[in-house]
Design a protein around this ligand. Structure first.
Ligand code: SAH
Length: 393
């Protein structure tokens, strides 16, 4: 059976409210010695069972897998994957012809802290953010195959950059089940090349799907700038929405190749689209006032609480440039994916930018992450993506 970890007196409160993390400072003592990634039982100071989870060296010492005293075996992984898949079918993102690009497992949001699984057609791209998920990866991969009704045939494991460096696991990316070179996935009827081998995260930003649909709805007849375009998700939707002109910009030349490929896949030889490899601030400074729709979806400006103030200044500076140049009657889609930047912080930063420009600005929509990136109600930290759609007079 699993080894026991005893908490200090009074440190069980957050667990009683089902928060899935145990910080190292809450631990009184451990029975025996532990290997990183091992499953442990967590007990209160007076010996009452609280949870089982994955142990790891670091500030978050245990990531809770269950608040029941159970064994973490194949049946456990099958159950969790089955529930997650059923939910994705229920919300209409899985099991349809029109869409086979979705997040199947969203860490704490699916009661599996440390695990992310994105589905692209028949391939699951799996990312472990904890040593425990790495240790259990083969059981998880089997559950992905057996519990998704044939939807998943291949599992690509991509944890080289997400596992703690110090754990020294020597992990390499690669297929751990099946294997396929077919990397075209369908999102809302549009096709995308997914570069899970070299792309950022699992190869695609699945979390903007609903926001891209909303953009499509407003794109008709507009001249659009998609800043921080990466694979060009927003650009492809804008083309289908009937935009007059679409310019995609990213500082990475690889991203520009990807967006061109994805446009060609859906709208071959369509002269409305052009892509540029340039720095955002340089481009925004140099551009004219030709755009009446601008998307700003930058990388996280703050990764930690210490950089919050700097990050907010960055969001203000960036958005101020868009407010300055967008055509009257223009629509701005602006985002932050920094977890430490709250909805209110972000709104204040954008408010400051609007005030600097002196333009009249209305909030049309307040956006967030989609339903396949659920937030565990006991883990509010799971909320990260926020956006505003603004009408600029
Ligand atoms: N909107 C994209 C995701 C954006 S990810 C989507 O829907 O998929 C952030 C992107 O910003 C990355 O592709 C990164 O290469 C790019 N980037 C980072 N710093 C940049 C800068 N200074 N100027 C332009 N692009 C930048």
């Amino acid at each position: 059976m699993y080894k026991n970890i005893f908490l200090k007196k009074g440190k069980e409160e957050s667990l009683k409210r089902f928060h899935p993390w145990i910080f190292s400072g809450a631990i009184h003592h451990i029975e025996g010695t532990l290997e990183e990634g091992e499953v442990v039982r967590v007990l209160s100071a007076d010996g009452n069972f609280l949870a089982v989870g994955h142990w790891q060296v670091g500030s978050i010492a245990v990531r809770v897998l269950s608040f029941s005293d159970i064994e973490i075996n194949a049946a456990f992984w099958e159950e969790r994957v089955r529930v997650a898949y059923e939910m994705r079918c229920a919300i209409g993102v899985a099991g349809t012809e029109r869409n086979n690009t979705y997040r199947l497992i969203h860490g704490e949001g699916d009661c599996l802290p440390g695990l992310v699984v994105d589905i692209y057609g028949k391939t699951a791209v799996m990312q472990a953010h904890s040593v425990g998920m790495h240790v259990d990866r083969m059981m998880i991969a089997d559950a992905l195959l057996s519990q998704t009704g044939g939807a998943v045939e291949h599992v690509y494991y991509k944890s080289e950059t997400t596992l703690p460096f110090k754990a020294n696991l020597g992990q390499e990316n690669g297929f751990i089940r099946g294997g396929s070179a077919d990397n075209v996935a369908v999102e809302n009827g549009l096709k995308f090349h997914i570069d899970w081998l070299k792309g950022q995260k699992t190869g695609f930003f699945v979390d903007q799907r609903d926001n891209r649909s909303l953009l499509e709805h407003y794109a008709h007849g507009r001249a659009l700038l998609n800043m921080f375009c990466y694979t060009g998700g927003f650009s492809v939707y804008a083309m289908r929405g009937g935009a007059r002109l679409v310019h995609s910009v990213d500082s990475s030349a690889k991203a520009v190749d990807l967006v061109n490929k994805n446009i060609a896949l859906n709208f071959p030889d369509d002269p409305r689209h052009q892509a540029f490899a340039e720095d955002a601030f340089k481009y925004l400074d140099a551009m004219g006032d030709q755009y009446d729709m601008i998307i700003l979806d930058p990388p996280a400006f703050a990764k930690h609480k210490d950089s919050l103030k700097q990050a907010l200044k960055g969001y203000t500076r960036l958005n101020a440039k868009a407010f300055e140049k967008i055509q009257p009657g223009g629509i701005l889609f602006t985002f932050s994916c920094s977890q430490v930047v709250s909805k209110d912080h972000f709104r204040t930063a954008v408010f400051s930018a609007a005030a600097q420009s002196g333009r009249k600005v209305r909030i049309l929509h307040q956006l967030h992450q989609p339903a396949d990136h659920p937030i565990n109600i006991y883990h509010p930290e799971g909320e990260y993506l926020k956006g505003l759609v603004l009408y600029v007079e």
